[in-house]
Write a protein that binds this ligand. Sequence first.
Ligand SMILES: [Zn+2]
Ligand SMILES: [Zn+2]
Length: 122
Amino acid sequence: MAEDTKNFKVAEFACKCGCGNKIDQRVLDMAQTIREALGVPVRVNSGYRCAQHNAKVGGVKGSKHVLGLAADLSCSLGSQKMFDTVKQLKADGKLPDLDYCKKYRSWIHIDCGGKRRNMWEG
Ligand SMILES: [Zn+2]
Ligand SMILES: [Zn+2]
């Protein structure tokens, strides 16, 4: 079972359908590192998702959310600022677990679900 970090509670990463929570500690730790670099509150739009809930919200099959290895995060600074900050943190060696990051219009997806050909999208 994962543990809370300074600014995030494990419960924030639970499946929205109420079935439970299989979030990995590394996801909380990455979110904490990103939050500290941004210096503003970060909202967890989505963390762990069971397969049924993932299908319901239109998540891709094999989504890293289903494995508890991903989170979608947003904040008042916008997704571009978040994306740039995550890239900088990775370049500085401060997000060793991060394997993939995608920028959406109003949030970013991060995960530690294994290396992809393109680590950055968006
Ligand atoms: Zn669920
Ligand atoms: Zn996601």
